[in-house]
Each structure stands twice: as structure tokens, then as C-alpha cells.
Design a protein around this ligand. Structure first.
Ligand code: SF4
Ligand code: SF4
Length: 377
């Protein structure tokens, strides 16, 4: 979108304010500056090159880019895309991103991951029994299982279980010895030039390795590889799938068997899978899979597409950790079960953090934890 289109979109807002009560950052802060409507007004100032206040600057960076407002707006304004475009403009004008983003971006450039992990420990999740025979890039397969920074370093069970299930189903795939970062964090922070350089390097790497399919474990990687990369590279034609999609198919083909577990859980749709990802079949597939394993699945919303955000999207935790914790707590307060299950390791990581910070007793699991438990029963 060019500036005129963005300004036209912003000015199509009729100030009905229907969006503000659906935005977690407004619900928690009660500050209209931290609402979709308020952020559109800030975006207008940014695109008119007007000076914005410190509070307005922070408001742009406390948006989780959850895209809930996009679903609500009767004027069909792509609010979250406009907020992201505002971040890009702030970078162009040397106003953004914030110091915390710069620090994390520097970490990505130096260590190839967004969580400060030691690159030498990136494969620590790999089960010992598979280590000896793992061929990595040399494996004869055009399908890459890509784990992402969160699965590799912070929620390792999502990496281990994705790998184990595909191995047990005799699915042909390769993994990388030195996996790069997908670049979604840098893109979300608005550093488009740096993000595009990483996207290009990754596409070249995938081409060199003959990759035609990528399976991801994380909502952020899914959004980046499938929605964002395609915006900038016309010849990028790799098929991207979330691991849920692959396991759903393997189960249908009878390559894995699931048996019921006597459990009651709440299922959480990550924003990047449920709203930002245009093919939202994963909402249904995750539930169909879970129904084969779990006795009772509770919902956080009558409409799964409006499932609340975990509170951690778009680097908000580094900008305002209290706000992030309160958004997560608000979601926990809606739960009728002790355990929450999600298909994104970032959400799981945040749920554990929110639980710890609020001294609650909520458990959180990556969806494949139950798939493996059910397979083993
Ligand atoms: S719902 Fe849309 S039109 Fe109404 S205030 Fe929000 S952005 Fe403006
Ligand atoms: S994307 Fe989410 S956090 Fe950002 S303004 Fe919209 S509803 Fe609020």
C-alpha cells in the first residue's frame, strides 16, 4: 500500500469505536491511545510526518498485531497492517524501533536466533537415539522440518515431538544442522530492509538445498514463510505447512493411530494461525485431531477465530511486560480447565511465564505433547 492508500484507509474510520472493547491492550489499560482507533490516529500523524508523543510511540509498539480489530471493523480497515506499516515508517524516519528491539535484532544477526540462545545448543532437543543416524542437509528429501527459535531453545518439546512423530510415521524429511531465524521478529519490529535481507538469504539457502516444502512448528514462522516472504519475492514458491496439517493428514492415512486420553483441556488458537494466516483450516484441523485424543475440549470464544491473544505477539513483552502478563492473566481467568493447549511455542512460552508471574496453577502444553501421549497409549 502506498501512503495515499494508507491515509485513505485510516480516514475511512468512522470513529464507531466498536473495535476498542475487543482490543486487549485497551481492555487492560483503558487508555484509548492503546486501542485500534487510537493507533489509527497515531498512524495518521506518522504518515503525515507529524511529531508523535512518547506515549503514542509506545502504543504502536504495544500492539500485539493480534489482528482481532481487523475482524471487528465494519469499515474493513486492515488496522494491524497499518500499525505494522507505521513501524516501518518509524524506522525510515530513524524514530523506531525501540532499544529493546535493536538489542534482540542484533542477537538475531549474531546468533541466528531471537531468544539469545547459544547457537551450539540449537540441536539440544534432538533425541539421543536419533543423533547417530541424522544426516541433516545430506538427507535425500525436498521437505524441510523447520523448528524456529522458540521450539529450538525455549519450548524444546515442540521440536522433539514434531521430529519424533514424523520419524515414527516414516515421513521423509530433512532438518538443518544450523537453522537460521525466519526473520518474523525483525519484520514485526518494522526493520523491513534487514528482514528482507534475511528472507532473501533464507530463500537462497532453501533453493541450494532443493527444498520444495517446509513444515513449521511455530505460528510466527508459518506467518513469515507463507504470508510475508511471498509479498516480496515473486519466484518464491515453496509450499509451507504447519505440523498440525501434516499430522492431520498422516492420521487420516492411518500412518499414526490416536487413542483417547481421559483429559479436559482448553484449546487456544494462536493469532498467527487463526487470524493472520489466511488459510484458517488449521483452526478446525487442530480440534479434529485433539478430539481423537482428548475427552473434553473447552473454548475461549464461541467463534474460534476470535480466540484471545496469549499477550506476547510482536515483541510486546520486551516493551511492557506488565501489559503482556495482564493480557495472559485475562485469558487464564476465562479458562474452565487447569490446562491450556496451543499450536504455537511462543504462546506456550508466554503462558508459562504468565503462570509463574501470577503464581497461578495453570498448565500449558504444545499440542503435540498430547498427540505423542495418545500415540503411546
Ligand atoms: S471499528 Fe473500524 S471504523 Fe470503528 S472505530 Fe474501529 S477502526 Fe474505526
Ligand atoms: S492488532 Fe490487536 S493489539 Fe493491535 S490494535 Fe488490533 S486488537 Fe489491539
Amino acid at each position: 500500500m502506498d501512503d495515499n492508500e494508507i491515509l485513505k484507509d485510516i480516514r475511512s474510520c468512522i470513529d464507531c469505536k466498536n473495535c476498542i472493547e475487543k482490543c486487549d491492550t485497551f481492555i487492560i489499560t483503558k487508555n484509548e491511545v492503546q486501542s485500534p482507533n487510537g493507533r489509527l490516529k497515531i498512524a495518521e500523524s506518522i504518515f503525515l510526518n507529524k511529531k508523535i508523543s512518547e506515549n503514542e510511540l509506545i502504543s504502536i509498539y504495544t500492539c500485539t498485531l493480534c489482528a482481532m480489530c481487523d475482524l471487528i471493523c465494519a469499515q474493513n480497515i486492515n488496522i494491524s497492517d497499518i500499525i505494522h506499516a507505521s513501524k516501518v515508517r518509524l524506522v525510515d524516519n530513524n524514530i523506531g524501533p525501540l532499544k529493546i528491539h535493536e538489542k534482540i535484532i542484533q542477537g538475531i544477526i549474531e546468533k541466528n536466533n531471537s531468544v539469545g540462545g547459544n547457537p551450539e545448543e540449537r540441536l539440544n532437543w534432538l533425541p539421543k537415539e536419533y543423533e547417530k543416524n541424522e544426516l541433516f542437509e545430506k538427507k535425500d528429501s525436498d521437505t524441510l522440518l523447520f523448528f524456529g527459535c522458540m521450539s529450538s531453545f525455549k519450548v524444546k518439546e515442540s521440536a522433539t515431538k514434531s521430529y519424533q512423530i514424523l520419524k515414527e510415521a516414516n515421513f521423509n524429511f530433512k532438518i538443518l544442522k544450523k537453522e537460521p531465524c525466519c526473520g518474523e521478529y525483525i519484520y514485526s519490529a518494522g526493520k523491513l530492509d534487514v528482514a528482507k535481507k534475511i528472507f532473501k538469504e533464507n530463500i537462497e539457502l532453501f533453493k541450494r538445498l532443493g527444498i520444495n516444502n517446509i513444515i513449521v512448528t511455530c505460528g510466527g514462522c508459518l506467518y513469515a514463510f507463507d504470508s510475508v516472504y511471498r509479498k516480496y519475492f515473486d519466484d518464491y514458491d515453496i509450499r509451507i505447512r504447519h505440523i498440525i496439517d501434516v499430522i492431520y493428514e498422516l492420521e487420516k492415512e492411518g500412518k499414526i493411530q490416536l487413542k483417547p486420553l481421559n483429559k479436559s483441556i482448553t484449546y487456544h488458537d494462536p493469532c498467527r494461525l487463526g487470524r493472520k494466516y489466511k488459510n484458517n483450516s488449521l483452526i478446525e484441523k487442530a480440534r479434529l485431531l485433539l478430539k481423537k485424543c482428548i475427552l473434553e475440549i473447552n473454548e475461549l470464544s464461541n467463534e474460534p477465530q476470535k480466540c484471545p491473544c496469549c499477550g506476547a505477539g510482536s515483541g510486546i513483552r520486551g516493551v511492557d511486560s506488565n501489559l503482556c502478563i495482564k493480557i495472559g492473566k485475562k485469558l487464564f481467568d476465562k479458562m474452565k480447565t487447569k490446562e491450556i493447549v496451543s499450536s504455537c511455542p511462543l504462546c506456550i512460552f508466554n503462558f508459562k511465564y504468565v503462570n509463574y508471574k501470577n503464581q497461578m496453577d495453570k498448565g500449558s502444553k504444545y499440542i503435540l505433547d498430547y498427540i505423542v501421549e495418545s500415540m503411546k497409549k
